[in-house]
Design a protein around this ligand. Structure first.
Ligand SMILES: [Fe+2]
Ligand SMILES: [Fe+2]
Length: 278
């Protein structure tokens, strides 16, 4: 069984900086504590972009100080709030491909996990240039050759959420769809952050999910929703993804959750529960 923790939209600000009462560093510490308490058996952890709120070195330093406590092998990706050049300059061990993009792939437990860099300094929307699409083609070919299903992670949403975030999603999503369709690889799951909301569905037949991440959660905002799009201080969320030979399951795990817990006595059958493999 492959178990992956995917965190996104960490948005670390300057040390000591708190915006309207929201302390993203404090929240991120809680995420890392949650991993230590409940998920140290995960195989890897992916930080899926928007690591820093404003692409500053001091934010990346603070991020690294906090994630030092994460016991799991982890990979850092870039989002639109990051600055790829600043990050690469700062972190000499950054995951960087031959063309200088912060992306990479690993094969583990029967899956190929592809972490694709959709960020472009100075742009809020995602962009996949020809170099990145070519890199992705090669990765997909390797997966197809080995008959290994793919879990694809990129910061920007490729599918439409039918919300205003669509105006700054992956701008050339059609190119990504065509690249995936033209490959012989099996796409088991696509995961994105960026939109700060939990959604799941399919896109060109590929399963997609988005998570709300470490910073604020964006509320549903549809054409008839009045007023300004609401944003909430919680829950703060990361994904717990399980994958085995039968497929992929994605949990939206809230490590800060202010919902009222109902009394255990209300659910006597849950008092002793076994897992299916026990
Ligand atoms: Fe974000
Ligand atoms: Fe973003």
């Amino acid at each position: 069984m492959l178990k992956i923790i995917i965190m996104s939209d960490i948005h670390i600000m300057q040390p000591e900086e708190i915006k309207f009462g929201l302390d993203t560093a404090e929240r991120f510490k809680k995420a890392i504590k949650d991993v230590n308490d409940f998920h140290s058996d995960a195989d890897l952890c992916i930080y899926a972009g928007d690591i820093a709120d404003a692409g500053q070195v001091s934010s990346y330093q603070l991020f690294d100080n906090i994630r030092e406590e994460n016991p799991i092998k982890s990979y850092v990706m870039m989002g639109n709030h990051d600055d790829r050049n600043v990050y690469i300059q700062y972190n000499k061990d950054a995951m960087v491909d031959n063309n200088g993009f912060v992306q990479g792939a690993i094969e583990t437990k029967g899956y190929r996990v592809i972490m694709l860099d959709s960020s472009e300094p100075g742009h809020v929307e995602g962009i996949l240039c020809e170099q990145r699409l070519a890199w992705l083609r090669d990765e997909l070919a390797l997966a197809a050759q080995a008959n290994t299903p793919v879990i694809l992670v990129l910061h920007h949403t490729a599918n439409s959420l039918h919300m205003p975030v669509d105006t700054y999603k992956l701008s050339n999503a059609d190119d990504l769809a065509n690249t995936l369709k033209e490959s012989d690889a099996q796409i088991a799951q696509i995961i994105s952050g960026h939109c700060h909301i939990s959604t799941a569905g399919s896109w060109h037949g590929f399963p997609v999910a988005t998570l709300s991440g470490n910073q604020h959660r964006v509320g549903g905002f549809f054409k008839n929703t009045p007023g300004q799009q609401p944003c909430f201080e919680g829950p703060a969320q990361f994904l717990v993804l399980f994958a085995n030979e039968t497929g992929v399951t994605v949990h939206f795990h809230n490590y800060i959750d202010r919902n009222l817990k109902l009394p255990d006595a209300m659910f006597p059958r849950k008092k002793k529960q076994l897992f299916a493999d026990e």
